[in-house]
Design a protein around this ligand. Structure first.
Ligand code: ZN
Ligand code: ZN
Ligand code: FE
Length: 740
């Protein structure tokens, strides 16, 4: 990524410094530089390019070649030529840089200017409408540069040379605070009032880079409760912004890789083990904290003025709806219950949530890929020109292909929500326009009810339908640039199988052209269908019914204590008569059922709560595992289920059950993979599906398989959950015979 981030001016300045003459220009594959000068100067020029390049630059390779000197007298930047076939990358939004933070204190026209930016930092994707990346094509177009900004913009030796969003106190966007029936426009007063509101325990809605945030003191229980109550049905842990890394270390364990991510210009939310309590409502009882550091000038200015260590900074939305981006909507939705609504008068064009990531075994694992990451593409070996992938339904991201780049969208969300589906369609249109994609084919999930599948069918393009777990494994293969057949382990919530049942605990032989389902976790009947994701006790009861139908025994089970006997009988009858009880081999449902049996989570308040709580309950130092059997490609867990039920009768056994179940799954995966490998000779394993967000499962499976000399492919920059599905869909569609 060397375009739209001030790379050519950087090369120019470095050339000046080294006394080099020649030119720099954008090319189809990156930039091309012609450098003339004494050998030592040219040598150190080339050496320093990757070391001193703008932070957001991604340099895959530098290929030096000797050239005939032309005797240039100076160094120049050749203008970009607009080529329709050219693939231009769009930079993600970049956290404010140290130089700008310094200017914030000293530069007269940018003193405390909260929209300060330069070629090394500031908004990018969130404000761009179309390419080329020029001010007129961004939401900065309504602001006319003042003479000072224009001079900096035009001065090649300046850090703000061609910085498209360049602005200052005289000419750029401004904040307005709506609080207690008044509108405050003086920035110093806004800052002071916001600090007072937050310190006073109020919630403030704050317009950020990619959308609104809701912010409150992370150590004030009442404030956090107010936020939870008003965010409606919101039970997920909240993300927290800490003053700085030193303060964060008081509250969480941070290793080297995690620190690098937290401090990077991408500024994601990183999930860390908590060591000191914030307000109890922040993490919803999980022993972790989703932490991030300040990334806009406003965040820094706020923490300069406040005594607080940390603030909750959660997406400004209601449950599954997309993050709010319009000022009017924010005032309407948040105005009546927030202490203040802080808006600014620049439009957000591309909605862009905070990204969420974590580190397992020293490697980054993306969970939600948005701000700071989108819309960077994944480079792959195949040509995917003109192929669109519609993605999944619940954790949707779509993708569009140009040559050997797959452009993955920002996190979209749950399409079943009406507003989110509108956001999906709008973003797809914008993406195709931005990256000049001429769609010729669309890939979609096998599931006919997914709104993404329906969108694909209604698009009028030829549709390629792709099995969910095949797409998961293909996504993992693509991210790792692997083409040869792999043993795929796809563990997730749900996905429709090609036999009409619901899959999700799959061992399959895969390449991009096909798959064979070798074995899978045992089926569980799901009484109530989709209802089981909210009521994991139903899945647990169904598991019990595989062992015994004795009602006296069933009514003594502790996990059913809160459920009325009539409801229990109804569900039991549904399972026996197979009424609305689809069969599922889903790992997510196994986690759900065991979590409920253990009495850890019988009713779920948010997606994947039961598996997450089961993981949180396990004892990492304990190797105890329930037994399993694997014979003739059939996994049998009856003995384990019986043992879990027996353990569930004894109070305080939640941790034991969680530990035993996790360790059993890890042993099972190792055993099944080893046997499939013996039968096929394949030594590469791909791990994908949302269950691999489970830190313990992911870490242990990877370690055990690596120790057994397997080549283990994991997701890093593409989510292992359904947010990464579109990448796999696009690859399978591209490599289908006839689609090339
Ligand atoms: Zn900057
Ligand atoms: Zn200005
Ligand atoms: Fe999935």
């Amino acid at each position: 990524l060397v375009q739209g981030i001030g790379f050519r001016p950087f090369v120019y300045r470095l050339a000046m410094e080294k006394g080099i003459t020649g030119w720099v220009k954008n090319s189809l594959t990156g930039v091309e530089i012609h450098a003339e000068g004494p050998y030592a100067s040219v040598y150190s020029f080339v050496q320093e390019i990757p070391l001193k390049a703008p932070v957001a630059a991604i340099i895959e390779s530098i290929t030096p070649r000797e050239a005939i000197p032309n005797g240039y007298a100076d160094f120049s930047i050749h203008p970009s030529t607009q080529d329709v076939d050219q693939i231009t990358l769009v930079s993600p939004d970049i956290a404010v840089c140290p130089d700008c933070l310094d200017d914030l204190k000293h530069q007269p026209h940018r003193l405390h200017y909260p929209f300060i930016n330069c070629t090394n930092c500031g908004p990018r994707f969130s404000i761009i409408r179309s390419l080329p990346y020029d001010r007129v094509n961004t939401t900065m177009d309504v602001f006319a540069m003042c003479s000072r900004c224009a001079a900096e913009y035009g001065d090649i030796s300046n850090r703000r040379f061609h910085a498209q969003p360049v602005a200052c106190n005289d000419c750029g966007p401004t904040y307005q605070l709506y609080a207690s029936g008044k509108i405050e426009t003086r920035f110093e007063a806004i800052l002071e009032k916001t600090v007072k509101l937050i310190e006073g325990g109020k919630v403030v809605a704050l317009k950020g880079i990619g959308g609104f945030h809701l912010m409150c003191d992370a150590l004030n229980s009442n404030a956090v409760e107010t936020l939870r109550r008003n965010k409606l049905r919101e039970k997920k842990p909240f993300a927290v912004m800490f003053r700085d890394i030193a303060t964060l270390r008081k509250y969480a364990l941070v290793n080297q890789e995690e620190e690098a991510l937290l401090m990077s210009w991408r500024r994601p939310v990183v999930i860390l083990p908590a060591i000191r309590d914030l307000a109890p409502g922040v993490s919803s009882g999980f022993p972790t904290v989703g932490a991030m550091l300040p990334y806009t000038p406003f965040h820094y200015l706020f923490f300069e003025r406040t005594v607080l260590d940390a603030v909750v900074l959660t997406s400004g939305n209601f449950s599954d709806e997309p993050i709010v981006i319009s000022n009017e909507e924010a005032i309407r939705l948040f105005g009546h219950w927030c202490g203040g609504v802080l808006v600014y008068n620049r439009e957000i064009h591309n909605r862009n949530d905070d990204s969420v990531t974590m580190v397992i075994n020293g490697k980054e694992r993306m969970i939600r890929r948005s701000r700071g990451y989108a819309p960077l593409p994944v480079k792959i070996a195949a040509n995917v020109e003109g192929i669109v992938a519609a993605g999944a339904e619940l954790v949707n991201c779509f993708a569009a292909g140009r040559k050997n780049y797959v452009f993955l969208s920002q996190h979209i969300g749950d399409l079943k929500n009406f507003e989110t589906y509108a956001f999906y369609r709008e973003s797809l249109d914008r993406f195709l326009h931005l990256f000049r994609v001429r769609p010729r084919l669309i890939a979609a999930d096998l599931h006919p009810d997914y709104l993404s599948t329906q969108y694909a069918i209604e698009s009028g393009l030829p549709v390629v339908r792709i099995q969910h777990h095949h797409a998961h494994i293909a996504s993992c293969m693509a991210e790792n640039n692997v083409e040869e057949p792999v043993i795929g382990v796809a563990f997730d919530g749900t996905g429709l199988g090609d036999d009409g049942t619901i899959w999700g605990g799959e061992f399959m032989l895969c390449d991009f052209t096909g798959y064979r389902r070798i074995t899978h976790l045992p089926y569980i009947a799901l009484p109530g269908g989709d209802l089981v994701t909210h009521e994991p006790w139903r899945t647990a009861l169904s598991m019990v019914l595989q062992i015994t139908e004795d009602e006296d025994f069933i009514f003594r089970l502790p996990f059913l204590r809160k459920i009325t006997p009539d409801t229990v009988r109804l569900v039991k009858a549904a399972v026996e008569k197979q009424i609305n009880t689809p069969l599922s081999s889903s790992a997510g449902r196994w986690f759900d059922g065991v979590s409920a049996l253990a009495g850890i989570c019988t009713e779920a308040g948010f997606h994947a709560e039961a598996p997450m709580r089961l993981e949180a309950a396990l004892d990492r130092g304990n190797a105890f595992a329930y037994p399993f059997a694997y014979e003739g490609h059939r996994i049998d867990l009856k003995e384990a289920v019986s043992a879990i039920i027996a353990d569930s009768m004894v109070q305080g056994n939640g941790g034991r059950i969680a530990t035993g179940f996790h360790n059993m799954l890890i042993g099972l995966i190792e055993k099944v993979v080893s046997e499939i490998s013996e039968e096929t000779g394949i030594r590469t394993v791909a791990l994908s599906g949302g269950s691999f967000q489970n830190r313990y499962l992911s870490e242990q499976v990877e370690n055990r398989l690596s120790q057994a000399d397997f080549r283990v492919l994991i997701h890093r920059n593409v989510p292992c959950n359904d947010g990464g599905l579109a990448l796999g869909q696009i690859m399978i569609a591209a490599l289908k015979p006839g689609n090339q």
